[in-house]
Ligand binder design. Sequence first.
Ligand code: HAM
Length: 421
Amino acid sequence: MTSHAIKGMKDLFPPESALWVEVESVARELFGRYAYEEIRTPLVEDKALFARTLGEATAVVEKEMYDFQDKKGKWIALRPEGTAGVVRAFIEKGLAVSEPTSRFFYFGPMFRYEQPQQGRYRQFHQIGVEVFGLTSPLVDAEVIHMADLFFKKLGLEGVMLELNSLGCPLCRPKFLAVFTEFLKKVESSLCEECHRRTKQNPLRALDCKNEGCLRITAEAPSIQDHLCDACEQQFDHVLEGLGALGTSYRINARIVRGLDYYLRTTFEFTTTELGAQNAIAGGGRYDGLVHLLGGPNIAGFGFAIGMERLMELVIKKRGEVQTAGAPRPHSVFIAPLGEKGLREGFKLAQKLRDQGLVVGMDYEGKSLKSAMRRADRIGASHTLILGEDELKKSVVLVKEMAGGAQKEVPLAKISKESFKA
Ligand code: HAM
């Protein structure tokens, strides 16, 4: 019986895997310029961490967690997102006290038990950043701009920044009261899910994709009209900061995010190119979270990008990912014949790898034809033939794959210089 990957989880093969590494290194380089450093936290955390930080009544905690008991009966969960673990680690290491203004980035898999569809997986990957200890709205603008710059560096067009403020513990409860009142009035026209939301997590009604609900909530009171003076001023400064950096945005009072820890600035980067799963990144301010988890009362801000969605855009933009067989620079293939050829080829392969070349080799030593086919498949620029004749003369026959030109090079003298045009 053959084994299959778990539903909603994907294998990643070359050449796409190489493209992921390339995209990750663009992030590393860019985020490094803003002094972010990499953090790696476990894929598994105490289940309670997520319930406390993301919120008991959120879809992620209520329905989507991969949680289970370990051998001693402790409830643990595969991380559904990165922020909670980073905040936990930041406090546990003592950095929240010793270095409260810290900046981290991370890459890695996250797990949510969602209904898989295009752009939505049960294991997916995020590139995330978290900055701590800075309350200035200029930080919001700077971090959002950095994400925008990242998409631009990847050559993506048509990625839109949608921005909102969720208010603070002073003004949000007042808005929630008004908003819930509105939902109650229109309750009979809302979908079943929104009925439930009205009771547990009313703001999520703004996220509902049901057309009827969308029409009704278009008339709902807007959080933008209920911000307190401090929140309004903070939001204005964020917009000013974005303006100063030349970042385009659209204010969208429906950006309420699916996780409870946010306050004030929240945002998503969306695209019209991916169908229903149109958010490629999301984030915002979470000033109360470090304190909630037992740390000092310091600010937090960050975002995470969904890699699968991002890569779909990158691949669309570039056309097909480069496939095997396309010429690769610095790549040669050794085609030895017979026992002696194999022994010499084996040593030669190592010598050339030590010089930085990508070297493939035929370990059968039987058929030149099949060796040439494999050389073609790996996209080698040259094939190095070590047959009986060559070995007698202590030379290698260097064959250029593109034009077919060939030359003999003394075995002792062959080096990466031998393959220069
Ligand atoms: P999030 O909006 O839940 O935020 O996830 C961020 C991004 O991850 C989404 O915009 C989407 O691109 C991707 N994503 C989420 N779920 C899936 C899925 N099932 N399949 C594929 N991609 C998915 C967070 O996770 C926050 N921790 C972001 C953050 C960091 N806020 C502050 N700091």
